[in-house]
Design a protein around this ligand. Structure first.
Ligand code: NDP
Length: 281
């Protein structure tokens, strides 16, 4: 029905799909839980098996929703969660991971991220991640909202080079990472996971995106995602609590955008001409 989803290879050698699903804001409204679970399951059914959550989202209730959605299909999923920076001490990271595992109802995370940099020494968090890995509680660890200088610092530690992913704000309207962070990640073999890939829904209202999408009988969200899928080493995790929109987002793989339209997208959303400090949502 759809073209295959491109894959991205982690430093461990494991290949994962470059399209998944985010879950920020899931778990906030009990009456939306059925649709949220159906959306996560639809994504997995369609091969978007990277499921991203965090202890922060809805104070852990997003992890509860993810747990319900994947209970009988855990092995099909590449499960990602994140530790709050203020929990990311040597023991705090381990305790936070245990709580996430409990809320999700699983015995391991496939990827555990430091949500953003905080006051606990980075090396301490890395050591805790390595301990969790050795204990089989996580398979990979990574970081989020790390700019190039943060990645350099991380890689100055011996175990820092085990970082599997950097998850950052990256989409057509936030192309700053293309200046140096994305090339840095590509040259060091660290996939970049693009969060808010459709700018929290705002990109679908962009006139140029609407115009280009129409030419392909596609939607603006699909073009925004196709832009990310076209880049080496990039994974996009659009969130939707609607199975129909999840299916729409999956269709982003089937767009074959012409050179002329890529140029039109560059004109509407210019790539950075200089360093842009990493933005955060
Ligand atoms: P997204 O760019 O994924 O946009 C999500 C919004 O767009 C929702 O309101 C959704 O509504 C809507 N939407 C989804 N698909 C479509 C579509 N095809 N057409 C129109 N509207 C659509 O934003 P997020 O901020 O949620 O980012 C994705 C994920 O990245 C998060 O859920 C989270 O997992 C992660 N993230 C990580 C951060 C970090 O600091 N590490 C920060 C922010 C996000 P609806 O649900 O109603 O479909």
């Amino acid at each position: 029905m759809f073209d295959d989803i491109p894959t991205v290879t982690l430093p461990s050698g494991l290949s994962i799909p470059s399209l998944g699903i985010g879950t920020w804001n899931m778990g906030e409204q009990p009456n939306e839980e059925t649709a949220e679970i159906a959306s996560i399951r639809k994504a997995i059914e369609l091969g978007m098996t990277v499921v991203d959550t965090a202890e922060m989202y809805a104070d852990g209730r997003s992890e509860n929703v993810v747990g319900k959605a994947i209970a009988d299909i855990r092995e099909q999923v590449f499960l990602v969660s994140k530790v709050y920076p203020f929990n990311a001490s040597a023991q705090g990271t381990i305790d936070a991971c245990e709580r996430s595992l409990k809320r999700i109802g699983t015995d391991r995370l496939d990827l555990y991220l430091l949500h953003w940099r905080g006051s606990h020494p980075l090396e301490e968090t890395v050591s805790a991640f390595e301990k969790l890995k050795a204990d089989g509680k996580i398979t990979n660890w990574g970081v989020s909202n790390f700019d190039t200088d943060d990645m350099e610092e991380l890689f100055s530690f011996t175990d820092g080079k085990n970082c599997a992913v950097n998850q950052v704000l990256y989409n057509l309207s936030r192309r700053g990472p293309e200046y140096d962070l994305l090339p840095w990640c590509q040259s060091h073999g660290v996939p970049l996971m693009a969060y808010s890939p459709i700018e929290q829904g705002r990109l679908v209202k962009n006139h140029e995106l609407i115009r280009i999408a129409k030419a392909y009988q596609a939607t603006p969200a699909q073009v925004a995602l196709a832009f990310l899928l076209d880049r080496d080493g990039v994974i996009a995790i659009p969130k939707s609590a609607s199975p129909e929109r999840v299916t729409e987002n999956r269709g982003a793989t089937d767009l074959d955008i012409s050179d002329e339209d890529w140029a039109a997208l560059d004109a509407a959303f210019p790539p950075p001409a200089q360093k842009v400090p990493l933005e955060m949502l």
